[in-house]
Design a protein around this ligand. Structure first.
Ligand code: PAF
Length: 281
């Protein structure tokens, strides 16, 4: 496995793969890798001849300086995990390698078709501009046949699918299911910031989401939405930022549960956690 720091080196590696007609998988990450990332990377390794994993804490998608500073970083540990699951290349650039100072300080413009007006987009203005900015650069540099993203960031996945269609990228986006601990807690790099007790508390988020599937059998969308918010807020140490039940493609509010997904953001102490649940199986 090779660690690449510069765009020039990356482009040379990609060109060599293309000359040999090798299929390329790309897994974009911000590092602090866990079993959730590993599931995406293993899938890429099994479906492509070469797998590139980017490890880059993208400054332009953070709208909170403290969150950016506290984001866990450990390239050596990530590299060990990546070697053990047979990724071929890690692309781990510095911000200056990815962005000019002007790009760093200007919001990247993109027509989200409204997908950024709800949930994470509403709460974190500019977040998805930064995501599209970095992912489009990675797609241009790596030119993958397939790129892999987790369904935990469901809105991000919907936006990346739109970006691929609007920008005419010739590649396939593969959405991969959420990986959970045995307790049900969705794996996230942010879990590293939870204390032992906070982690026990956070388990209630997925427990309530799963219970809401039963509740939904006999209640309306609005009632289910309210029940989830009230049940999570009733747990000491948890505070819901939003819970929206929306259409899986348009992310617009729904009136019935066919093709519906519930997306939640919860503060567990100072740590902001997200999770989601599909209601149609
Ligand atoms: O999901 C993430 O970790 C990031 O948003 C991504 C897709 C790697 C872009 O920085």
């Amino acid at each position: 496995m090779q660690i690449i720091k510069t765009k020039a080196e990356l482009q040379q590696c990609v060109a060599a793969c293309k000359r040999q007609n090798k299929s390329i998988g790309l897994v974009p990450t911000m590092g602090a890798l866990h079993e959730g990332h590993a599931s995406l990377i293993k899938r890429s390794v099994s479906e492509n001849e070469v797998t590139f994993v980017s490890v880059f804490v993208n400054p332009t998608q953070f709208n909170n300086k403290e969150d950016l500073e506290k984001y866990p970083r450990n390239l050596n540990r990530d590299a060990e995990l990546l070697a053990s699951i047979k990724a071929d290349f890690i692309f781990a650039p510095e911000p200056e390698e990815m962005y000019t100072p002007e790009e760093m300080n200007t919001r990247f413009q993109f027509d989200f078709g409204g997908l950024d007006q709800v949930m994470e987009g509403k709460m974190r203005p500019g977040h998805f501009n930064g995501v599209v900015q970095v992912v489009s650069k990675l797609f241009q540099l790596v030119q993958p046949d397939k790129a892999y993203f987790g369904e935990k960031d469901f809105q991000q996945l919907a936006i990346i699918r739109r970006m691929v269609s609007v920008m005419h990228f010739d590649l396939q986006i593969i959405g991969c299911p959420i990986v959970r601990e045995d307790s049900g807690l969705a794996l996230s790099s942010r879990n590293e910031r939870l204390s032992h007790d906070e982690k026990q508390t956070a388990v209630n988020i997925s427990r309530i989401l799963f219970q809401s599937r039963d509740y939904a059998l006999t209640h309306s969308v609005a009632q289910t939405q309210q029940w989830v918010v009230d049940s999570i807020n009733a747990v000491e140490g948890l505070e819901v930022e939003y819970y929206e039940i929306v259409d899986q493609t348009t992310l617009l509010p729904v009136s019935d549960f066919s093709h519906a997904i519930g997306c939640v953001t919860v503060y567990c102490g100072p740590v902001r956690l997200i999770d989601n649940i599909k209601y149609n199986g």
